[in-house]
Design a protein around this ligand. Structure first.
Ligand SMILES: Nc1ncnc2c1ncn2[C@@H]1O[C@H](COP(=O)(O)OP(=O)(O)OP(=O)(O)O)[C@@H](O)[C@H]1O
Ligand SMILES: [Mg+2]
Length: 219
């Protein structure tokens, strides 16, 4: 489902080139959840944004569902992203002027994908957000906001979900319930999940762990 081949990312610093990522290759199967772990600054978020299709690598290829993603033209990339990729951030990125349910419905406005009647309600129920549907982000707890962001990321039935420290702002119990939900989505909904975490108890609940150091995969 996801295949990274010899990904490098470099930036010019003065008259030298500095590598943020160096020759990264791996593949991830459908129905699996994988954690990327590693020290602050080792390149985890950079790798995630390259795989998410928002930051082109300096070298190497990203295959998403067998498409050579960065070989697609701009419109092709946009279409692929809208239809196949969900993204979850540490700080939720909800729109403050919209309610819980309106935030969740946002991606549907930009998509031609058909979803079944009642999907919004059903998904909100599955993460316990029925009572929150009319609340604005500032009226919700951190866990409720993150669950809203999860449902928003999944409402369009993406094939891939990327999450950058999705539990970073949550207490460990709430964080655990969020991970349990993601594991369940991966295993039962044909979803490939790739998340970044600092927390080994979160990483250990995933099917696979990728360890990074200084822009490289070490394990
Ligand atoms: N656009 C950029 N220009 C210069 N340096 C950058 C740029 N983007 C990232 N870096 C550097 O690349 C390195 C990796 O950054 P990245 O955000 O991927 O780390 P990370 O592993 O996600 O760290 P954290 O765990 O703290 O979030 C850092 O040293 C960062 O300063
Ligand atoms: Mg990061």
């Amino acid at each position: 489902m996801i295949r990274a081949e010899h990904i490098s990312k470099s930036i010019p610093v003065g008259n030298k080139t500095e590598y943020i990522l160096r020759d990264i290759s791996f593949g991830l199967e459908k129905d699996t959840i994988t954690a990327i772990v590693g020290k602050s600054g080792c390149g985890k978020s950079t790798l995630l944004s390259i795989l998410s299709g928002i930051d082109e690598p300096s070298a190497g290829k990203v295959y998403l569902n067998k498409n050579d993603y960065y070989a697609l033209d701009r419109r092709g990339q946009e279409k692929f992203r809208n239809e196949n990729i969900g993204i979850l951030f540490q700080n939720y990125h909800l729109i403050p002027e919209l309610t819980c349910e309106e935030n969740i419905r946002m991606p549907l406005v930009f998509s031609n994908k058909k979803i079944e009647n009642g999907r919004v309600k059903k998904m909100m129920k599955s993460v316990g957000l029925e009572k929150q549907r009319r609340l604005y982000p500032k009226q919700m707890s951190g866990g409720e906001q993150q669950r809203t962001a999860i449902v928003r990321a999944l409402i369009n039935k993406p094939a891939i979900l990327y999450a950058d420290e999705p539990t970073g702002a949550l207490d460990s119990e709430t964080g655990n319930s969020v991970i349990k939900f993601l594991v369940q989505c991966a295993h039962s909904q044909g979803l490939t999940v790739l998340l970044v975490t600092h927390d080994m108890s979160i990483a250990n609940q995933c099917d696979k762990i990728i360890k990074m150091e200084n822009g490289k995969i070490v394990q």
